[in-house]
Design a protein around this ligand. Structure first.
Ligand SMILES: Nc1nc2c(ncn2[C@@H]2O[C@H](COP(=O)(O)OP(=O)(O)OP(=O)(O)O)[C@@H](O)[C@H]2O)c(=O)[nH]1
Ligand SMILES: [Mg+2]
Ligand SMILES: [Zn+2]
Length: 297
C-alpha cells in the first residue's frame, strides 16, 4: 500500500454501519469499518485506507480521552467520543424530564466531563417560571444553567462552548438542532453534503453529527427518550453527584444506602439544606432502576 492511501481523520457522522470521516487532507470520506462489529461514534479519531474516490475503510481507532455511554441491561451505546463537555438541553415547552437531565449528568460526570444545562425557548414566557424552577436543584448542585432562546441571543452559550468539544443531549423537541443552526451557520450546507453521500431523506436530527466553528466543536444528537445507566455501579452513580462527593465515606455504615440508616451523612446534609431533596430523590430513583448490578450488602 502506498502511504498516500492512508489518512487520519475525525468521525463526524454515524449512519448505522457507515461513517463520515473528516480528513483534513481529503475532505469528507464515506467509510465502513474493517471489522464486523464497530463501536465508533462522533468524535472518534480514526485512520482510514482510501478505497475509491470519496470512500474509505476505517482501520483503527485512537484511544479515547472520554467515552459518553448510555446503556440498558442488554445494550451499551457510545453516544460520543473525546468530548470535553456535556450540554443538557431542556425547554420551557414541551416539558422535560428532570430525571433524564440527572441521568445524562451522571454519565458525563462519570467521564469527568464539564457540564452545563440550557433552558431553551425562554421566549415562551408563560412556561418559563415553572420550567426554571425544576432546574433549581441542579443549580444548587453547582451546575451552570443558561436560560436562553435559540431564536434570540446565543452569546451566553457560545462563551461556554469556546475551546470545548461539546455534545448536545436532550429529549426530542427541546431545540438542539435549532441551537446548532444558530451557532453554526454553515450546518445546513453540511446537511446537504451528507444527503448527496447517502441518497436523500436523511436529517441531522436522526443521526449524531459533529460540527466545528472557529472556536468550538459541537455534536448535535438525536433526541433521547431514555438515558439508561446500566453500565454504572451504585458507587459510580454516587460519585457522579458532585454535591455528594465530599460526604461519601462519612456515613456511619460503610455500605449505607442513604435511605433511612442512622448516621447517614447525605441525609444530614439534606436536612441542613446542603443537598436538595429532589437530587436525593433522583439519586434513589436512578439507583433503584439500575440496581440489577448494584451491590448493597
Ligand atoms: N419559541 C421557540 N421555539 C424554538 C426555540 N428553539 C427551538 N424551537 C422550536 O422547537 C421545535 C423543535 O426544535 P428542534 O431544534 O428540532 O429540536 P431538537 O431538540 O433538535 O429535536 P430532535 O432532533 O427531535 O431531538 C422547532 O419547531 C423549533 O422551531 C426557541 O428558542 N424558541
Ligand atoms: Mg434535532
Ligand atoms: Zn448514607
Amino acid at each position: 500500500m502506498k502511504s498516500a492511501d492512508y489518512v487520519y481523520g475525525e468521525l463526524v457522522a454515524a449512519y448505522g454501519r457507515q461513517y463520515l470521516v473528516d480528513c483534513a487532507s481529503r475532505g469528507l470520506l464515506l467509510c465502513v469499518p474493517r471489522g464486523k462489529k464497530s463501536t465508533l461514534a462522533c468524535g472518534d479519531r480514526v485512520s482510514v485506507t482510501l478505497t475509491s474516490r470519496g470512500h474509505g475503510v476505517i482501520d483503527a481507532v485512537a484511544a479515547r480521552a472520554t467515552e459518553l455511554f448510555r446503556s440498558t441491561a442488554h445494550r451499551t451505546k457510545l453516544i460520543a467520543a473525546n468530548v470535553t463537555q456535556l450540554a443538557v438541553i431542556c425547554a420551557t415547552d414541551p416539558s422535560f424530564s428532570d430525571e433524564l437531565v440527572a441521568r445524562a449528568l451522571v454519565a458525563g460526570e462519570n467521564q469527568g466531563l464539564k457540564a452545563l444545562i440550557v433552558l431553551n425557548k425562554a421566549d415562551l414566557k408563560a412556561r418559563l417560571e415553572a420550567a426554571h424552577k425544576r432546574l433549581v436543584p441542579f443549580d444548587q448542585a453547582g451546575y451552570r444553567v443558561i436560560v436562553m432562546s435559540a431564536k434570540g441571543d446565543t452569546t451566553a452559550l457560545e462563551n461556554e462552548l469556546t475551546g470545548e468539544i461539546t455534545v448536545l443531549i436532550g429529549q426530542s423537541g427541546m431545540g438542539k438542532s435549532t441551537l446548532l443552526n444558530a451557532l453554526v451557520p454553515e450546518a445546513n450546507r453540511a446537511t446537504r453534503e451528507i444527503s448527496t453521500f447517502l441518497a436523500s431523506g436523511r436529517h441531522t436530527t436522526s443521526h449524531a453529527r459533529l460540527y466545528r466553528t472557529a472556536g468550538a466543536t459541537i455534536i448535535d444528537c438525536p433526541g433521547l427518550q431514555e438515558f439508561g445507566l446500566a453500565h454504572l455501579a451504585r458507587n459510580d452513580i454516587e460519585a457522579a453527584f458532585p454535591e455528594f462527593r465530599p460526604l461519601l465515606g462519612r456515613c456511619r455504615f460503610h455500605d449505607c444506602s442513604h435511605r433511612s440508616e442512622p448516621g447517614c451523612a447525605l441525609h444530614s446534609a439534606c436536612a441542613a439544606g446542603q443537598i436538595h431533596p429532589r437530587r436525593m430523590e433522583l439519586f434513589h430513583r436512578i439507583v433503584t432502576a439500575e440496581s440489577g448490578r448494584a451491590v448493597f450488602s
